[in-house]
Design a protein around this ligand. Structure first.
Ligand SMILES: NC(=O)c1ccc[n+]([C@@H]2O[C@H](COP(=O)([O-])OP(=O)(O)OC[C@H]3O[C@@H](n4cnc5c(N)ncnc54)[C@H](O)[C@@H]3O)[C@@H](O)[C@H]2O)c1
Length: 268
C-alpha cells in the first residue's frame, strides 16, 4: 500500500483525537489529501499540523456533526479547494454510561444525536456531493463512505450502554440501507465495528464503569482485556488499518458490510 490513496480526497469527522486521528494520519501517509474535521477545531488543527510536518497535505475544519449547515459548509470548502470528495469517514462519536433504569433522556439524546443522527446528517450532504461527481474510470465509483460503528452496534449485551448500543445498531442499519440504495449510483457504504479501543473515550468509560461496579479502574481495564481473546486492548491504529483497507481499491467491491475489528471479543 505504498501510495494507495494518491491524490484521493478524504474527510474524517471527529478526527481531532483517538480513532479519527489515527485514520487521518493513516490516509495521509498513503497520499490522500485529508480534511481533518472536529467539533474542537484546535484538536483538528493540531492533527492537520502533524500531517503537514510529516510531508502530507491536510486542512483543519470545524465540524459539529449535529449541524447539517456546518457539514454543508465543510463539504463546499473541500470541493472548492480540492475539487471533489472520494472518501468520507463518519467517526465522530460520544458515550455516557449508566444503568438502564437510571438512563436519562439527556443521555439518550446526546448519544443518538451525535452517533446516529450525526452520521445521517453528514452522509446526506456528502452523498449529494458525490452524486455530482464523475465515476472513477478505474472502479466506476463516485465515492466511499465509512462509518465507525462499534462492537456495541452488533452485541447488545454491553452493560451500562443501552442508549449507546441503540445508537450504534442504528449506524449498522443505516450503513446497510444506504449501501443498498446507493450502490447503483457508484457509492459504497461500509462500517467498522471496533472493540475495546484505548482512547480518551475508553478512559472516561473505565472511570464511569469502575464507579458503577464499585471496583478500581484497573480492574475494569482488565475486564476489557479478559474479554478480548487476542489478549490486549485494541489501538486506534488497529482500526485505522481496516479503514485504510476499505478506502483502498482492495475493497472496491465491498458494500453494506460492518466489519468486526475487536481481537475476537465478538464473533458472528
Ligand atoms: N474507544 C472505543 O473503545 C470505541 C469502540 C468502538 C467504537 N468507537 C467509536 O469510535 C469513534 C471514535 O471514538 P474514540 O474512541 O476515538 O473517541 P474520542 O473521544 O477519543 O474521540 C472522539 C472525537 O469526536 C469528537 N466529537 C465529539 N462530538 C462531536 C460532534 N458533535 N461533532 C464532531 N466531532 C465530535 C471529539 O471532539 C473527539 O475528537 C466513535 O464513534 C466511537 O463511538 C470507539
Amino acid at each position: 500500500m505504498s501510495k494507495e490513496l494518491q491524490l484521493k480526497v478524504s474527510a474524517i469527522t471527529g478526527a481531532g483525537s483517538g480513532i479519527g486521528k489515527a485514520i487521518a494520519k493513516a490516509f495521509a501517509q498513503v497520499g490522500s489529501r485529508v480534511a481533518v474535521t472536529d467539533v474542537n477545531w484546535e484538536w483538528a488543527n493540531s492533527v492537520a499540523n502533524e500531517i503537514k510536518e510529516a510531508g502530507g497535505e491536510a486542512i483543519a475544519l470545524k465540524l459539529d456533526v449535529t449541524r447539517q449547515d456546518e457539514c454543508q459548509a465543510v463539504v463546499d470548502l473541500i470541493v472548492e479547494r480540492w475539487g471533489h470528495i472520494d472518501l468520507w469517514v463518519n467517526n465522530a462519536g460520544v458515550s455516557t454510561m449508566n444503568r438502564f433504569v437510571d438512563l436519562t433522556e439527556r443521555d439518550w439524546d446526546f448519544n443518538m444525536d451525535i452517533n446516529a443522527k450525526g452520521t445521517f446528517l453528514c452522509s446526506q450532504v456528502v452523498v449529494r456531493q458525490m452524486l455530482k461527481q464523475t465515476p472513477d474510470a478505474a472502479n466506476g465509483l463516485r465515492g466511499k463512505i465509512i462509518n465507525i460503528a462499534s462492537m456495541a452496534g452488533k452485541r447488545g449485551n454491553a452493560p451500562f450502554l443501552a442508549h449507546y448500543v441503540a445508537s450504534k445498531f442504528a449506524v449498522v442499519g443505516l450503513t446497510q440501507a444506504m449501501a443498498g440504495e446507493l450502490a447503483k449510483q457508484g457509492i459504497t457504504v461500509n462500517a467498522i465495528c471496533p472493540g475495546y479501543v484505548a482512547t480518551s473515550m475508553q478512559e472516561r468509560e473505565v472511570e464511569w464503569e469502575a464507579k458503577l461496579r464499585g471496583v478500581k479502574p484497573q480492574e475494569v481495564r482488565q475486564l476489557y482485556i479478559d474479554d478480548t481473546p487476542l489478549g490486549r486492548l485494541e489501538t486506534a491504529e488497529d482500526v485505522a488499518k481496516v479503514a485504510l483497507f476499505l478506502a483502498s481499491p482492495l475493497a472496491d467491491f465491498i458494500t453494506g458490510e460492518s466489519i468486526n475489528v475487536n481481537g475476537g471479543s465478538f464473533m458472528e
